[in-house]
Write a new protein. Structure first.
Lengths: 345, 1188
């Protein structure tokens, strides 16, 4: 029987299937079900800086609006007084989940500013998180903001957080950095232990009927893992960090590919939301069968076996890859329409 | 023992005692007692126990009558029970009060005493309500202040247990109930010491129990009823002694000594006033002042009015008394005198006869009225009464505080008479409701009261509008206790938080010489002077004011506070007033911010901190020039062309000078002219909609949804544009029938509230820039003058002939002039668009019965009212009776119309010889199904009237007086869900069952909006509301389905945000149906905690989520062999939470109790499914057999 164990952010994990941040990691019950189904670790849902500020200001606005204006209605809503806004409820929830499961629990922090926000990382650590995933979710829209300013701010954030806490920190990044390997290397220097590639943005859509921009939330598909797959393959072995592949992991084949590219773990959301935690068991069995059939002994053996530095044709991960895709257009037309050529070519 | 000193209001002071001494509390909202119920509910919701360690059970009832019944039942089974009420609410309790007293049941009802609705409703304070229950057998115990509201609450609870006489404990509505003052708070040990547990158990043992059964509440006959009624006499006889004993026990425990009748003054006083409530405190303070100046005066403060102890009253009077003036805060028209006066006269008479009095010569006695409906009662008025009393022939049955030039009852007084302790600092703050001024001042008072050694008092006054309202905060503080329950006319500090007030209000009137004036101004210290109106400059110079400015909006904007300048202005106040050292004051402000907002999240706290930190750098003292330079003048409240009554009477009210109006100028029977809001140009928004003719598709939706009727379309002859102002916009008519006409959408720039609903609903977008619509918001100030001229021109344009178009389309419906305009409703109100539509469709022949609530307030609150008239002088005739009886009120109107029509029709044939037979026939057989038919009938009636005028016969004169009824009239019964689902439901059910032709429109906001968002039976599951702070656990009552069960009631559920055309269709069908109709309209509301400009979106989502399935049940279709029930919306397409979590009322539950929120939301989702299935099933069941 092959050895499925893996190591991510210094954590010994029983297999490479990690439940990514999702509604399933919000509750003790569903966290337990994830553990029972076989996931090796749980990433908590994200504590969003922006959302906390928004919720706080919004609640205050609506509790205050219209008050002390008309003698008969000096307020319109009962001020209950105790609200779970801010990190306290999150931290409490993390603590409860940590108490309820035996697998590692990774806290998730989604913020872009330093200062008071750093303290939330400390609170997450104090609540018992085994590691912290720092989700840098930021859309730079200011034309005066340079890429170096953005990168520097992100690195400062990583450094500040790593200095404040002792648990390992994984950084979840978007693919939209100019020089990703350099950024990652500098983040490693700043204290990051691993990287989760990539953050999946929900892209708004245009409603042609109403002529409005509308939010559009869709679950991922397997093809979406190509991007992180490529980058993990490129980065594996070049920087001293673990990698987690997220976005588009749905099948055991996806898991195998991710590990071969160099990922220590894969993170799943859409597949678990679509099919429920029980899906993990099947994936694990399939992974096991495949490894047995193909005579792989362990995940460790498999990890990075198809990274750029391990494959026969390293350039296949670079520019040549695009040419190959074009040449295979007719054969694989079902996916080809989704491949968007890089602008530089 | 050291007790906590708390700075709280009278309601909280009383409710805290009541909650801790009760097991069962039945509540119902009514101003100004509502906060007592809310607090009790909130305390129980968070598990605060009573002094015995168990949490009181609180239940909201459907009415005060219901609350009284529940109280009675709880008492009869032995629970310590209480309730809170006021005004009409107390009247609804009267039947039970007789029972409760007759059965010698211990209970305390806490009353924030309030006026009764007579010639008009008033929410403000006087003793009309408590005086109306003086015959019930309840003891009446009066508190004069916030401190007493607490102390006497306890004394009442303790005394009732021993006396077995039930108690009303009352204090003055608003003046005491809402006054914030620093008091010594009683602790639980005090309460335990005062309450005898043996008496509690005795009370319990008197309760009904099948283990020791008896019957109580028998029917009695002439043989014994009388005697049985007399059995209670010993209890009433002993009650005063028990109360005094309890007061003495309280004094020994706490140190504050009260008496049934407390005398204040010199022992050898010759002139004595008698009063109760907060007015007595004013008299006490004035007496002390006068006594120090050698006057022989005194005052008897009545605390226990019932049972009235003659002995103790006469003994309270000094032996030297020569003359007594009794002051009643109520009016009893036609009586020999007001109640307290009559009791005093009787008491003196009997007391002397029985030898109880210490005086041998009967004092001269007069009585008078003061302070009705919170009319300010000042030391000057007290002195005026004393001055009158000293006269040889003082005026009896006088009034004080008004000018009665009709019956000449009023006394003269010096309004500037001042007894303020020089060490007391007095401050007046003028604010806008939305700017947070009152909230900031409440915090300031708490800081001063609780963080310094000063005593402090805060009182707050609001105007009658729900949007753009002016607030005035009165703050006093100083080293001596503040016993001054009246407004401030001599302020050391005046702050004006809105620059625009200077244009229309005399904000500096209360400033004393040398006072500080703080102004929120966009103009800095060097430029502000030239922007002040002349009158303001004159006052600043004449009174030698120290003048400061701050651009609070700039600071608020910079620190992310938006339009809320509360923190900024509060910081300025502390910085200038010097009540605390500046650094200490800022630290305390920040502490308060943390305390007030901390639970809402750190972001809010930090934002406010930033505002505090930024403020002082923007605060400047202005070097006041020594001469007046301004050419600007304060503008008149209404234009010169307004009718005289509007100018002379309503205009005075608008500028806050209503107190000066003499009796003679006011209507004697409460009748006021229609359509007066148009004269009050409030200019309350900084942004108004601007029309883009090139993009407009002329659909009329903007006008349809406008809550304030400020955006209107017209079609007219092109030639009329010749006289148009240069910026007047116009487009070619797009509709087929208007191709040759011009079309304009015009905005009333000074009446708009800036809600933006019109922009939100506008479907026309610029193809090159989709963010630009056919209606967009733009800054109002630069547009004000030009659009005012355009609006005036627009009003001159003729209205489309409604007999020539069909009003069945949204577009056409809006071409008819609305007869409901510019109300004081909230910006973006979800109710008023429905009312406006009713006014357009049927207003020229509508009579409206309006239940008390939001719609009666924005519909009928003085000074100006929105129901108006068309060019022919016709329009809705509107009246409000009460909250509970509105359906019956409307039915009565229908009965009249039907009877008068019947009589007119009976009379008509008797004039066959004198009137043209064809005319008579046509009048009797007129088709009036549409506007053309109605117009034709009106023309006939006009001819009839002409003919009848020439016939000299009593029956002709009768018919002439009834002729108008021959034109079809439309009766509309309008109210909110609090009325329709709860307090008025019994009546509504009966009226619907009556089969009469009335149209009921329920403006369903799913809460009691007018009293601040209490839960009704319409409140949906999972939503938080007051009295349902844990989220409503049961589903919304399906009023429509209940009504539909009759089979002959037209029922529709509408939501114009989902389908405007369905709304229009339903209202037209309802009105056309010759029987009872019920239209339930989704009305988004500020109490939902939504962005009001998204109100229509929420309506749409509510329908899509299946929470508000649209339908019409039309009994007419049964006769046509069709299915009467039509579902007008589709099967739910979105989950409930997609709608609900856009609203704070639902989201709050997630934030406070996520688990419960989830559970209730799942149940709400199941409700949707089962209700949809039920509707579908109903449709199937109602399908005529032939259609199967």
């Amino acid at each position: 029987m092959p050895d499925l164990t893996t190591k991510y952010l210094g954590l010994e994990l029983k297999n490479p299937i990690v439940a990514s941040s999702s509604p399933l990691s919000k509750k003790v019950d569903s966290a337990r079900r994830l553990e029972e189904a076989g996931v090796s670790a749980i990433v908590m849902y994200s504590l969003f800086e922006e959302q906390i500020i928004h919720e706080s200001l919004e609640l205050d606005y609506y509790l205050t609006r219209g008050t002390n204006t008309y003698a008969e209605a000096l307020s319109y809503l009962p001020d209950i007084g105790n609200y779970s806004i801010g990190p306290e409820a999150y931290v409490e929830n993390l603590y409860q989940i940590k108490q309820a499961v035996n697998i590692p629990v990774i806290g998730s922090l989604n913020g872009v500013s330093t200062g008071g926000w750093i303290e939330y990382a400390k609170k997450i650590e104090d609540a018992g998180a085994d590691a912290l995933e720092l989700n840098i979710y930021y859309l730079p829209t200011d034309p005066d903001l340079t890429s170096s300013q953005i990168e520097q701010a992100d690195i400062t954030l990583v450094r500040d957080i790593c200095a404040r806490i002792t648990i390992p920190v994984g950084v979840k990044l978007s693919p939209y950095y100019t020089a990703l390997p350099n950024l990652i290397q500098r983040m490693v220097e700043a204290g990051a232990s691993g990287f989760v590639l990539f953050n999946r943005f929900y892209q708004p859509d245009l409603d042609l009927e109403a002529l409005e921009v509308v939010p559009h939330l869709i679950l991922s598909e397997s093809y979406e893992m190509r991007l992180p797959l490529r980058w993990i393959a490129l980065l594996y072995g070049k920087v001293k960090a673990d990698f987690a592949l997220t976005s588009g992991v749905h099948t055991s084949e996806d898991i195998i590919k991710a590990v071969m590219a160099g990922a220590s773990v894969t993170m799943m959301t859409s597949e678990l939301l679509r099919n429920g935690p029980r899906r993990v068991k099947t994936l694990q069995e399939e992974l096991q069968f495949w490894m047995e059939d193909n005579e792989y002994e362990s995940i460790l053996q498999m990890r990075g076996s198809m990274s750029q530095q391990s494959v026969a044709e390293p350039s296949a991960f670079e520019r040549a890859n695009y040419i190959k895709v074009l040449s295979s257009y007719n054969e694989r037309s079902e996916f080809s329409h989704r491949v968007i050529p890089p602008r530089s070519t | 023992m050291t007790r906590i000193r708390a700075t709280i209001d009278g309601n909280e002071a009383a409710a805290r005692i009541a909650h801790r001494l009760s097991e069962v509390i039945a509540i119902y909202p009514i101003t100004p007692s509502t906060p007592m119920g809310e607090l009790a509910d909130a305390w129980s919701a968070v598990g605060n126990p009573n002094i015995w360690g168990t949490v009181p059970s609180v239940i909201e009832m459907q009415s005060e009558g219901g609350a009284a019944g529940a109280v009675h039942g709880a008492l009869q089974t032995g629970a310590l029970t209480t309730t809170f009420t006021a005004s009409q609410g107390l009247l609804l309790m009267i039947p039970n009060m007789y029972k409760i007293a007759g059965e010698l049941t211990s209970v305390v009802i806490h009353v924030a005493a309030r006026s009764l609705a007579a010639q008009g409703l008033s929410i403000y304070g006087d003793h009309s309500d408590v005086m109306a229950v003086r015959a019930t057998g309840f003891a009446l115990l009066a508190s004069c202040s916030v401190q007493e509201a607490q102390d006497l609450a306890l004394i009442a609870h303790a005394a009732t247990l021993e006396a077995r006489v039930p108690f009303i404990h009352f204090f003055d509505g608003f003046r005491t109930s809402h006054e914030v003052n620093k008091i010594e708070q009683l602790d639980d040990d005090d309460l335990r010491a005062m309450i005898d547990d043996d008496l509690v158990r005795a009370h319990r043992e008197r309760g009904l129990s099948p283990d020791r059964p008896f019957i109580r509440g028998t029917a009695q006959n002439p043989d014994v009823y009388f005697q049985a009624r007399e059995t209670v006499n010993p209890f009433y006889h002993h009650c005063p002694t028990i109360v005094q004993k309890t007061m003495d026990k309280f004094a020994a425990l706490v140190g504050r000594q009260y008496h049934l009748f407390d005398y204040t003054g010199v022992p050898d006083a010759e002139y004595v006033l008698v009063a109760m409530g907060s007015g007595a405190e004013v008299i006490q303070e004035t007496v002390k002042y006068l006594v120090e100046r050698g006057e022989k005066v005194g005052v008897v403060t009545v605390r226990l009015f019932r049972p009235f102890s003659i002995e103790r009253f006469v003994q309270a009077l000094p032996a030297t008394v020569k003359a007594i003036a009794v002051l009643d805060r109520t009016k009893e028209p036609g009586s020999a005198g007001e109640p307290l006066y009559q009791d005093v006269v009787t008491a003196i008479d009997e007391g002397m006869a029985q030898g109880l009095a210490t005086f041998s010569t009967k004092p001269h006695m007069i009585g008078g009225r003061y302070g009705l409906s919170s009319k300010d009662f000042t030391p000057g008025m007290v002195k005026g009464v004393f001055d009158e009393l000293k006269k040889a022939r003082p005026k009896n049955h006088f009034t004080i505080g008004i000018v009665d030039d009709l019956s000449h009852t009023s006394l003269e007084y010096d309004p500037y008479f001042d007894i303020t302790d020089p060490s007391t600092i007095q401050c007046v703050f003028w604010g806008l409701g939305a700017d947070g001024t009152v909230g900031a001042n409440k915090n300031s008072i708490k800081i001063i009261g609780e963080e310094t050694d000063n005593y402090a008092q805060g009182h707050f006054v609001y105007d009658s509008k729900k949007s753009g309202s002016v607030t005035i905060s009165y703050l006093r503080f100083g080293p001596e206790p503040i016993r001054a329950p009246y407004l401030i006319n001599n302020a050391n500090f005046v702050a004006c938080h809105q620059f625009s007030f200077l244009e229309r209000l005399d904000v500096l009137r209360p400033a004393v010489s040398g006072a500080v004036f703080l102004l929120n101004s966009i103009y800095g210290p060097d430029e502000v002077w030239d922007h002040l109106p002349r009158e303001v400059q004159e006052t600043i110079i004449a009174k030698k004011l120290r003048f400061y400015v701050i651009d609070a909006y700039e600071v608020a904007h910079q620190t992310g506070m938006g339009g809320r300048i509360n923190t900024v202005m509060q910081t300025c106040f502390f910085a200038i007033s010097g009540v605390l050292p500046r650094d200490q004051a800022i630290a305390k402000i920040k502490e308060t911010i943390k305390k007030t907002y901390g639970k809402r999240g750190e972001a809010v706290v930090q934002q406010n901190y930033r505002a505090v930190d930024e403020t002082l750098a923007h605060l400047y003292e202005v070097k006041v020039p020594d001469r007046v330079t301004s050419t600007l003048s304060r503008r008149p409240p209404v234009p010169a062309e307004a009718p005289q009554f509007v100018r002379d009477v309503l205009g005075q009210m608008i500028v806050g000078d209503g107190d000066m109006l003499p009796v003679s100028v006011l209507p004697a029977d409460g009748t006021y002219p229609s359509g007066t809001t148009k004269w009050e140009k409030r200019n309350i928004t900084l942004e108004i909609p601007v029309w883009e003719p090139d993009l407009c598709i002329q659909c009329g939706k903007c006008a349809f949804v406008c809550p304030h009727a400020v955006i209107r379309p017209k079609v007219y002859e092109p030639a009329l544009l010749d006289q148009a102002p240069p910026t007047f916009k116009s487009a070619v008519g797009r509709a087929k029938e208007f191709r040759d006409a011009r079309y304009t959408i015009q905005v009333a720039p000074e009446d708009c509230t800036g809600c933006s609903l019109c922009v939100e609903v506008c479907p026309a977008k610029d193809k090159s820039q989709v963010g630009r619509k056919a209606i967009n918001m733009a800054a109002q100030p630069p547009l004000r003058e030009q659009e005012r001229a355009n609006w005036d021109f627009f009003l001159q344009l003729p209205e489309v002939d409604r007999t020539k178009i069909s009003l069945s389309t949204v577009r056409n419906s809006q071409l008819v002039t609305p007869l409901f305009e510019f109300s004081g409703a909230c910006a973006g109100c979800g109710e008023t668009p429905y009312l406006k539509l009713v006014s357009q469709l049927f207003g020229d022949r509508a009579i409206i019965a309006n239940a008390t609530g939001c719609s009666s307030i924005y519909g009928g609150n003085l000074p100006t009212t929105p129901w108006t008239v068309n060019k022919d002088g016709r329009g809705p005739a509107w009246s409000n009776s009460l909250f509970e009886d509105n359906a019956e009120f409307g039915l009565g109107m229908r009965m009249t119309l039907d009877k008068q029509l019947e009589y007119a029709r009976e009379l008509l044939p008797s004039f066959t010889g004198q009137l043209d037979a064809d005319l008579v026939y046509a009048l009797l057989h007129a088709e009036q199904h549409d506007d053309a038919g109605i117009k034709a009938q009106r023309d006939r009636v006009a001819i009839l009237k002409q003919r009848l005028a020439g016939i000299d016969h009593p029956r002709a004169r009768d018919l002439l007086s009834l002729a108008d009824v021959l034109v079809k009239k439309s009766v509309w019964i309008i109210g909110g869900d609090g009325w329709a689902y709860d307090i008025g439901y019994g009546g509504l059910d009966h009226v619907l069952a009556s089969g009469r032709n009335v149209n009921v429109l329920v403006l369903d906001t799913e809460v009691y909006s007018n009293t601040g968002g209490q839960a009704s039976k319409s409140t949906p599951r999972a939503a938080i509301a007051k009295f349902a702070a844990q989220g409503k656990s049961l589903p919304k009552k399906d009023l429509g389905m209940i009504a539909m069960a009759y089979g002959y009631v037209y029922v529709a559920r509408v939501a114009m945000g989902y389908s405007d055309i369905q709304t229009l269709q339903a209202l037209r069908e309802a009105e056309a149906y010759d029987g009872p109709s019920l239209v339930i309209a989704y009305s988004h509301c500020i109490a939902h905690g939504i962005n009001m400009r998204k109100g229509l979106d929420q309506q749409r989502l509510a329908v899509q989520a299946g929470l508000w399935t649209l339908y019409r049940y039309n009994p007419v279709l049964i006769e046509q062999g069709k299915n009467p029930l039509t579902l007008d919306s589709k099967e739910p397409t979105i989950p409930v939470d997609q709608y609900a979590y856009n609203e704070t009322r639902y989201r709050m539950l997630v934030q406070s109790n996520e688990h419960r929120a989830e559970e209730l939301m799942q149940q709400a989702q199941r409700d949707v499914r089962s209700r949809w299935d039920h509707y579908r099933h109903m449709v199937a069941v109602l399908e005529p057999e032939d259609n199967d």
